[in-house]
Design a protein around this ligand. Structure first.
Ligand code: AMP
Length: 550
């Protein structure tokens, strides 16, 4: 694959491909008795070790072989975070096939579309998804069989699903005598479709090399900072960009793994955090909102939880402060995307920041952070000209690096790179010392009188008001300015606040012309399949909205 020149004197190091199977081999050999704990779809708690996981992954690899799965074939999963899903991460990719994780929150028609687009040969699913699989299985053109991830006694007596098999049967009849094959590290390892709020979803096709490099980099102290002394609970689903790589980086470091299964409500999460002495977790802001509300209402604390990574959408500063001030939990704000495996930046302080005031440190930590080694970034204007890193000028954010896509699966969308850089679709500033801050998704930017207003800032300020649970800011039509900001708010249960109070709340916090023209209150905001607020839905809902200033 290398298109670069060679030297007359090449290095003399072992040429060993970077393969995903090496991670589980390492975890077994050096951390074999460390635990993997899962809250199962069945409702109980399951415990075993990395050694057990590796053994069953080898059995499953033999089972896949017997089913006729070959190198490069796509095998899909529709499953929550759990030990069987982890076994498949290694069995499928480790044997050379391609692990295609599907988001079960998608509509059955969308699932059938991506199964057919990916040409999945087999599909594994958690038993709670039986009705969902029944709804689309007949439309899967290439899928030769479906495997329900459960014991024999949980299998349905009757089903419309063609060639339905039982996961534990496959394991039981397969030997664990399996040698992980060696192949080129650039072979495809896994496939993840983008959330695709517009148009059809597109596939990001990761390689063994990109995944192993991302695992190394993401575990570093100024990124996720995972070590063998941690107990890690990935709240972020294994069907959303491989749970930000934690199914690889956690075994790689030997940390204890704790899987929450489908129970992502505040009560279940808090119980598991305490029971398994979780030290580190990761997830999108909407999940943390549920946990913080539950913990707050019930006057609870965390006895072991020390650090969490929040990303996927902007972490409201108010949430960061609640974590830190009330529970002494550090929040690392991180940014990335499906196309980036996903990690691009993480926000941590450097020694020279230690003498700054708390407020100054906080305002750095609210940014999305600095690039982790392996990722490079720049901001450009609409003509592609690079913009200065002054912390004020904002532009289109472009990235490059070995775990960033060079194009989409099956070349969907054509040539996406701009001079070798991937356009993220985000708008950002970068400070002189390299801290990036997202002002908006380019399609969410509010265009007022030829200038841009970043909706994230406006939302963050609103979320700082004690009566506001959630806020989204959108541009709505204005006859003079094209668009003006409308703030859509969900109030905290039992709390009261008026439109005028919220508009006054912006005074002194932002340029006056950025202040929302109006505020409207709703019961709930539409949330998408990956836990993000769906701005396009809100825009549709308020398409005809008449601003008082119009
Ligand atoms: P996805 O591919 O579904 O993970 O979505 C990636 C997009 O989510 C990015 O391009 C950003 O628009 C958004 N995103 C991810 N992390 C953050 C963050 N920390 N702050 C703001 N937006 C974020």
């Amino acid at each position: 694959m290398s298109e670069y020149p060679k030297s007359p004197l090449m290095g003399q190091m072992m040429s060993q491909p970077l393969l995903i199977s090496s991670i589980i081999q390492h975890a077994d050999r050096y951390f074999g008795s460390n635990e993997i704990v899962s809250r199962r779809v069945e409702g109980d708690i399951h415990r075993y070790t990395y050694r057990d996981c590796h053994k069953r992954a080898r059995q499953m690899a033999n089972a896949l072989d017997a089913l006729g799965v070959r190198i490069g074939d796509r095998v899909a999963t529709l499953a929550w975070n759990g030990y069987r899903h982890l076994e498949l991460y290694y069995a499928i990719s480790g044997s050379g096939a391609v692990m295609h994780t599907i988001n079960p929150r998608l509509h059955p028609e969308q699932i059938a579309y991506i199964v057919n687009h990916a040409e999945d040969q087999f599909l594994f699913f958690d038993m709670s998804f039986l009705p969902l699989v029944e709804a689309f299985a007949a439309h899967c053109k290439t899928t030769k069989g479906f495997i329900m991830m459960c014991d024999r006694d949980r299998m349905p007596a009757e089903t419309r699903i063609p060639n339905l098999m039982c996961y534990e049967d496959l394991i039981a009849k397969s030997s664990d005598d399996y040698a992980w094959p060696l192949f080129d590290e650039n072979c495809a390892s896994s496939l993840c479709y983008t959330s695709g709020t517009t148009g059809n979803p597109k596939g990001a096709l990761y390689s063994h090399r990109s995944t192993v490099l991302h695992s190394y980099a993401s575990a570093m102290p100024d990124a996720l900072n995972v070590s063998a002394r941690d107990s890690v609970l990935p709240v972020v689903p294994m069907f959303h960009v491989n749970a930000w790589g934690l199914p690889y980086s956690v075994p790689l470091t030997g940390a204890k793994m704790v899987f929450p299964g489908p129970a992502l409500d505040g009560k279940s999460l808090h119980e598991l955090f305490e029971q398994e002495q979780v030290t580190f977790s990761a997830g999108v802001p909407t999940v943390w909102l549920g946990l913080l509300t539950y913990v707050g209402q019930n006057n609870l604390k965390f006895s072991s939880f020390k650090r969490t990574v929040i990303g996927g959408s902007a972490c409201p500063p108010a949430m960061m402060k609640t974590f830190r001030n009330q529970y002494v939990i550090d929040v690392v704000h991180a940014w990335g995307m499906t196309e980036m495996s996903p990690l691009g930046t993480a926000c941590t302080l450097q020694s020279h920041h230690m003498s700054l005031s708390d407020d100054a440190q906080q305002s750095i930590l609210e940014k999305q952070g600095h690039a982790i080694f392996g990722v490079d970034m720049k901001i450009v204007d609409d003509m592609g000209e690079e913009l200065p890193w002054d912390g004020k000028t904002y532009g289109n954010l472009l990235v490059k690096g070995p775990w960033i896509v060079s194009g989409y699966f099956k070349n969907e969308g054509g040539d996406v790179l701009q001079d070798g850089w991937f356009p993220t679709g985000d708008v950002a500033t970068i400070s002189p010392d390299g801290y990036m801050q997202i002002t908006d998704r380019s399609k969410d930017v509010i265009k007022s009188g030829g200038e841009w207003i970043g909706s994230i800032d406006l939302e963050n300020i609103a979320m700082g008001h004690p009566a506001v649970q959630q806020a989204a800011c959108i541009g709505v039509f204005h006859p003079k300015w094209d668009e003006r900001p409308l703030l859509v708010v969900v109030k905290k249960p039992g709390a009261e606040v008026s439109r005028e109070e919220l508009i006054t709340f912006y005074e002194g916090k932002i340029a006056k012309w950025w202040t929302p023209d109006d505020v409207t209150f709703v019961e709930a905001l539409p949330i998408g399949a990956t836990g993000k607020i769906l701005k396009n839905r809100i825009r549709d809902q308020f398409k005809e909205y008449k601003l008082p200033t119009a």
